[in-house]
Design a protein around this ligand. Structure first.
Ligand code: HEC
Length: 149
């Protein structure tokens, strides 16, 4: 009996202590971690650069549909809208692919990477992308993550 009330008191204490930890766990990306970013750059070159551009510049005229009716690959630098999406959505777009995330029979030239990349690799490649944004865009993206948790 006494044991369980001590345990309960411990639970109440643990809640305020744990809150900041679970909130910061919402940011998945590690743009400040050099090892993660180096690994992410390799993955980007192998898996993403062919469409999103060696320098994250995207495909030409990326705002206009291709003759197939699909969208070209947008840039991942600050001129695109990648940074408008929070970490979780970026993760899902990469893992599941835009078609699965958007639904409604949406057609996309980008596949989901669930079979090709581990979750860690997906986080690494997105961390690399974020590391390339200027610091004011990274700060805005941090605020988007905070607002959407
Ligand atoms: C075969 C071409 C192709 C490859 C390879 C590719 N993508 Fe894409 N990606 C696209 C296209 C096209 C879109 C636009 C979504 C749409 O409307 O179809 C897109 C959109 C995205 C978006 C959403 C961006 C936004 O602003 O909404 C993310 C995130 C993304 N790609 C990440 C990646 C990552 C990370 C890789 C490598 C692991 C990758 N893509 C590889 C074609 C590609």
């Amino acid at each position: 009996m006494q044991k369980s009330s001590i345990w309960l008191a411990g639970m109440f204490l643990a809640v305020p202590l744990m809150a900041p930890i679970s909130l910061s766990a919402q940011s998945l990306l590690r743009p400040g971690d050099k090892d993660v970013v180096v690994r992410g750059a390799e993955i980007y070159a192998q898996q993403c650069a062919s469409c999103h551009g060696k320098n994250l510049e995207g495909q030409p005229n990326w705002r206009s549909r291709l003759p197939t009716g699909r969208m070209p690959a947008p840039p991942h630098d600050e001129s695109g809208h990648t940074w408008h999406h929070n970490d979780r959505l970026l993760f899902r777009l990469t893992k599941e692919g835009p078609a699965a995330v958007i639904g409604n029979n949406y057609q996309s030239d980008m596949k989901g990477y669930a079979e090709t990349l581990s979750d860690r690799d997906i986080i690494a490649v997105l961390s690399y992308i974020k590391s390339r944004w200027p610091s004011h865009v990274r700060a805005r993206h941090d605020r988007i993550n905070e607002a959407q948790r």
